[in-house]
Write a protein that binds this ligand. Structure first.
Ligand code: ADP
Ligand code: ADP
Length: 236
């Protein structure tokens, strides 16, 4: 089951007379059930690739097909709809709304989609239970640990039942034990039987990358390596 297919994707930034090829002919196929990490030095194009996968940006040329449908040419409204319905986002600094409870934060995408609060709350509570936070549903972000905040963010990323989950340095602000438990949660999200989700994570952490299924290394806007991960702690 192919989730996303990129063919010869180019993204160029122009500043004044200068232009920078952030992505220079990227081809990739990401399958359902895969937990993929994107690695590479600063400036290699990781953020640009994640933005294109999430329809936060458009390529200058090339094709991005999502379950067979070309998304690169969608207008702004269609892109926003695509992001809301099909993509879940997880960030380094969680991006939770400080004045809302954990369940309220998880429910936000459903409210944006026009759903009634009661049903959204019920589903948010179910997801919080699944990420181990049933007892924290009424807490605000400031009353939660970093790992708990990131679990709330993962629950929020899942509430629309997306096919693609994009995580930008999700362990970058967590200690290693807490980070490892968030990585396990993301692996479960990708591997959940019968769901067919793809999880793509940008990371600078070598151990985190090797804990996924597949490591894609970017270099100067091209795919330098694309290989199976090598589990550091041996087989799990
Ligand atoms: P990361 O540390 O995640 O790789 P970067 O520092 O590369 O992030 O970029 C942070 C943000 O700034 C991104 O949204 C990126 O698109 C933007 N950005 C990166 N380089 C430039 C630049 N030369 N000019 C303007 N914006 C940039
Ligand atoms: P990474 O995430 O791997 O650090 P980026 O995708 O942020 O890489 O950046 C790739 C290249 O594109 C870098 O040379 C960066 O400076 C440039 N770049 C990224 N975003 C912008 C932007 N908004 N405007 C101009 N240049 C940018």
């Amino acid at each position: 089951d192919v989730t996303v297919e990129l063919v010869d994707v180019v993204r160029e930034y122009r500043i004044g007379g200068q232009s920078v090829r952030a992505l220079d002919g990227v081809g990739l196929t990401l399958a359902a059930g895969e937990f993929v990490s994107i690695v590479g030095p600063s400036g290699a194009g990781k953020s640009t690739l994640l933005h294109l996968l999430g329809a936060l940006d458009r390529p200058d040329s090339g094709s991005i097909r999502f379950r067979g449908t070309e998304i690169s040419g969608l207008d702004d409204g269609a892109q926003a709809e695509f992001r809301l319905r099909q993509v879940g986002f997880v960030f380094q600094f969680f991006n939770l709304i400080p004045t809302m409870s954990a369940w309220g934060n998880v429910a936000v995408p459903r409210l944006l989609a026009g759903q009634r609060l009661g049903q959204a709350k019920a589903d948010a509570l179910t997801l919080l239970d699944r990420v181990g936070l049933a007892a924290r549903a009424e807490h605000r972000p400031s009353e939660l640990s970093g790992g708990q905040m990131q679990r709330v963010a993962v629950a929020r990323a899942l509430i629309m039942d997306p096919v693609l989950v994009l995580a930008d340095e999700p362990t970058g602000n967590l200690d290693s034990a807490t980070g490892a438990s968030v990585l396990e949660l993301l692996a479960d999200v990708a591997h959940e039987p019968g769901r067919g989700r793809t999880v793509v994570m940008v990371t600078h952490d070598q151990d985190a990358a090797e804990s996924t299924d597949r490591v894609i290394g970017l270099r100067d806007g091209t795919v330098g390596e694309d290989r199976a991960a090598v589990a550091v702690g041996g087989p799990r």
